[in-house]
Ligand binder design. Structure first.
Ligand code: BG6
Length: 470
């Protein structure tokens, strides 16, 4: 891509993104073991059961049954002209408990079929290796990522999938929204609260294990699939200072850096100086093996995949909370807000792209952006989702501006191109799709798919390589 390009590059990867646990269903079919998503009845922000309880409704168990509908769904993605499709491999389909000696053949076969089908339709698979779906056994029996043993289980899983899919998958990402260990610690890092609190020692120690696991995945990927690209993935919705008071500005900067820290380690290959002070002041002591820091330096992630949904504002001293969309501070009076309280900020995406490229000088991949909203079918059975079209257009325009600023962007995958289970609270009524799925929050519905108004529009956005939004 030439610098200051006025348009989207010809090889720009337009597409959509989902996660296995929010779409596939078939939670215990063909040998799959339970993952943490299978015991989260109220979504990743809610309470988690230790095991699957009988007669309890878990949205992930059936989800939209993508496991049995993927051919039909991919036909619709192909009709929209997708160049790529991001999904995750459900780790517990491949290793049901996470620690078996041999992988589950039927699980491997499912993804072979899925990837073949995507490729036959001219769609590149973009694969997240772990998207909020760690095998439950690794949490119950090993204590999750706090236990260093998980590194070797993950390493084995990676080697198996790289060898198996080396001719099919060229784009990989290790841990979905790894920086969300601070915001949704259980989903992102299998970290449970102690006495209602999350301690920073556990958060940083578990993160360290994930960093090493990620570096080893980069190493294995380079060895097994030369020419593939493997990135990290962070949640990077933005945060502004609520006022120009220097205290607010400084604290907001530090809060942003709490997230960028994960990119600093994974993309620059080194723990940054500022973290030593954070650790010292919070009595954090991260235990490392002698070779760890060397691995981080030798095998950094090659691109930065990130999600961007919204922005918020922060005031010094206020409590720091968030959810799947990022931090939730004080509302910004200049922005519109969705029914879920997410503030729409397209210009913030241009800003974020510039911020990240200035800092890392590595390609960016916008792997999640989208609008979760209430949709109603009209009499003709169509959702007139002009609000979604508007959100899409405004964000695509700003991505184009970022490209003109000189930022290298590999692609854009709309979150939830087909309605799926929302991660945060396990809802179906929070819909992101260009394709409607007939299913409600109680699990009723025919699972029938139908095109929304935005379907045709996204098709034109892709066909025009983004030009139509001008
Ligand atoms: C991101 C996750 O946090 O946000 C997705 O990677 C999630 O899994 C998405 O679905 C949107 O959040 P929600 O809660 O609206 O589904």
């Amino acid at each position: 891509m030439g610098m200051h390009s006025k348009r989207f590059p010809d090889n720009f990867l337009w597409g959509g993104a989902i996660a296995a646990n929010q779409a596939e269903g078939a939670w215990n079919e063909d040998g799959k073991g339970p993952s943490i998503a299978d015991v989260s009845a109220e979504g990743v922000q809610g309470p988690v059961d230790r095991d699957v309880m009988e007669n309890k409704y878990y949205p992930a168990h059936e989800a939209i049954d993508f496991y049995h509908h993927y051919k039909e769904d991919i036909a619709l993605f192909a009709e929209m002209g997708f160049k790529c499709f991001r999904t995750s491999i459900a780790w517990s389909r491949i290793f049901p408990n996470g620690n078996e000696a041999e992988p589950n053949k039927k699980g491997l076969q499912f993804y072979d079929d899925l990837f073949d089908h995507l490729l036959e339709n001219g769609i590149e698979p973009v694969i997240t290796i772990s998207h909020y779906e760690t095998p439950l056994h690794l949490v119950n029996e090993y204590g999750g990522w706090m236990n260093r043993k998980l590194i070797s289980f993950f390493q084995k899983y990676c080697e198996v999938i790289f060898n198996r899919y080396k001719d099919k998958v060229k784009y990989w990402m290790t841990f979905n929204e790894i920086n969300n260990v601070h915001v949704i610690p259980f989903a992102a890092g299998t970290i449970k609260p102690v006495d209602g609190k999350y301690d920073l020692q556990t958060i940083y120690q578990s993160s360290h294990h994930m960093f090493v696991a990620s570096a080893l995945a980069v190493k294995a990927c380079r060895e097994i699939i030369p020419g593939a690209k493997i990135g990290c993935m962070l949640s990077l919705s933005g945060v502004y200072p609520n006022t120009c008071h220097p205290e607010d500005v400084l604290e907001t900067y530090q809060l942003r850096r709490r997230s960028l820290f994960f990119g600093d380690v994974m993309l620059r290959g080194k723990y940054p100086n500022y973290i030593r002070r954070v650790w010292k002041e919070n009595n954090v002591e991260v235990i490392m093996e002698p070779e760890d820091e060397n691995l981080l330096a030798l095998y950094p992630a090659e691109y930065l995949g990130f999600s961007y949904y919204r922005t918020t504002t922060h005031k010094a001293g206020m409590p720091i909370v968030g959810n799947t969309g990022g931090l939730s501070g004080i509302d910004n009076p200049y922005l519109e807000t969705t029914p879920w309280g997410w503030q729409i900020d397209p210009k913030g995406l241009r800003l974020t792209c510039n911020e990240l490229y200035d800092r890392y000088q590595k390609p960016l991949f916008i792997v999640e952006n989208g609008l979760g909203n209430l949709d109603t079918l009209n009499e003709d059975g169509i959702v007139q989702d002009d609000y979604r079209i508007d959100y899409l257009n405004k964000h695509v325009r700003e991505i184009r501006e970022a490209i003109r600023d000189g930022v290298e962007i590999m692609g854009y995958t709309w979150w939830g191109p087909i309605d799926i289970v929302s991660a945060g609270k396990g809802e179906m009524r929070k819909r992101y799709g260009f394709i409607y799925v007939d299913k409600d929050d109680e699990g009723n519905g025919t699972l029938k798919r139908s095109k929304k108004k935005s379907f045709e529009w996204y098709k034109q956005v892709i066909a025009s390589n983004g030009e139509i939004v001008e």
